[in-house]
Design a protein around this ligand. Sequence first.
Ligand code: ACO
Length: 431
Amino acid sequence: MTDKTATLSIDRGEGKIDAIDLPVMEGSLGPNVVNVGALTANGYFTYDPGFTSTAACESKITFIDGEKGILLHRGYPIEQLAEHSDYLETCYLLLYGELPNPAEKHEFVSIVGKHTMVHEQIRTFFNGFRRDAHPMAIMCGVVGALSAFYHDSTDISDSHHRTVAAYRLIAKMPTIAAMSYKFSIGQPFMYPDNSLNYAANFLHMMFGVPCEASNISPTIAKAMDRIFLLHADHEQNASTSTVRLAGSSQANPFACIAAGIAALWGPSHGGANEAVVKMLEEIESVDNIDKFIARAKDKDDPFRLMGFGHRVYKNFDPRAKVMKQAADEVLEELGIQDEMLEIAKRLEEIALKDPYFIEKKLYPNVDFYSGIILKALGIPTSMFTVIFAIGRTVGWIAHWNEMISGSYRIGRPRQLYTGYAQRDFVPLDNR
Ligand code: ACO
């Protein structure tokens, strides 16, 4: 809290003006925040659909400056983490606030490794799904079901339970994700191999078969690890806010993360990486780009350039820059000539010069390049958003834990009611 106040004057009519003093709060970075809590007692609510200017909580985990294109985790720039760190080290940073020393890192990695298997009974869950179910549908169901299996980590008032739930979720998400894929293609589930690192283990469970030794390319495993890292957290986005809101009712962590997965699935959020590839396939050739740009600008056409635009970034998404570089490196290393990458590059070039996109500050976001790189790594399109969910799990848990271990109240937004005023019931015969 600062000693500054904001004064809100509200005209009550007939010359009466209400002046309400509201305290101004100051963060370590970013805009100051007007605490509007006192408005309710004065008979007013605020109105902010989409929460464009509402801070719903105080947090120390991640900072974004959307105008400058800056993303910091616990103060460290995403570019530095992507270059020098790895996914599990970044998980530790997000969860505990500091980078681990070598002993702490070793211990963290080995504890996560101890939790990679799922309860054997969970395997039978999969048989209840159709073979053509979308893996995100399976993820929502199976992750929610974890609360039926791990009763010893659902007491949210016990910090040990919360820690074990965090390890379990980070460790089991790749296993469940790979099982969702294996189920869809009718192959046997692969058990995790804890001699492999986090990303390589996921690839082993996705692409390995029991009758052959897995041969995981270190290049692909490194790229996958970077993809997980780049998705690890992004402050109060739609899915993280969903996890916080579900958690505010004191729901157990597995149920809260299942809620986050559901929110992530939509094409305006994590589902965009899948939508980007579908869009690039639909564009088909560089010659058709102008037609699609025109459609994106047409107010009467619902089509949007997927992978462009962001609620917070009004400049280049810093994750997209790293992702683009990673896509270039991986495609070169694997010797892949991809027509889709050519279309993507040309599309980006044209959109960045177009006055419509410049005026609206629409830049490529992380999903624009993640779809391309995932495709190059041989990941099926339906798994793209699942991979986002694996990476984001730590962010969801870090925010949930920050809320539960601090002071919080149940999340309960208000509304501007525009329906009928009170009226009397009309008996059926009189209607
Ligand atoms: N293509 C064309 N026009 C767009 C696009 C786009 N991708 N995105 C926004 N606009 C236009 C809108 O039509 C609107 O124009 P108007 O002011 O003339 O009405 C203006 O830009 C502002 O758009 P909003 O939808 O109001 O912006 P908002 O902040 O609510 O939405 C969002 C952000 C959902 C990301 C939007 O830009 C979008 O739909 N992008 C495509 C989907 C996408 O890539 N999502 C991934 C987001 S990143 C992530 O979740 C990891």
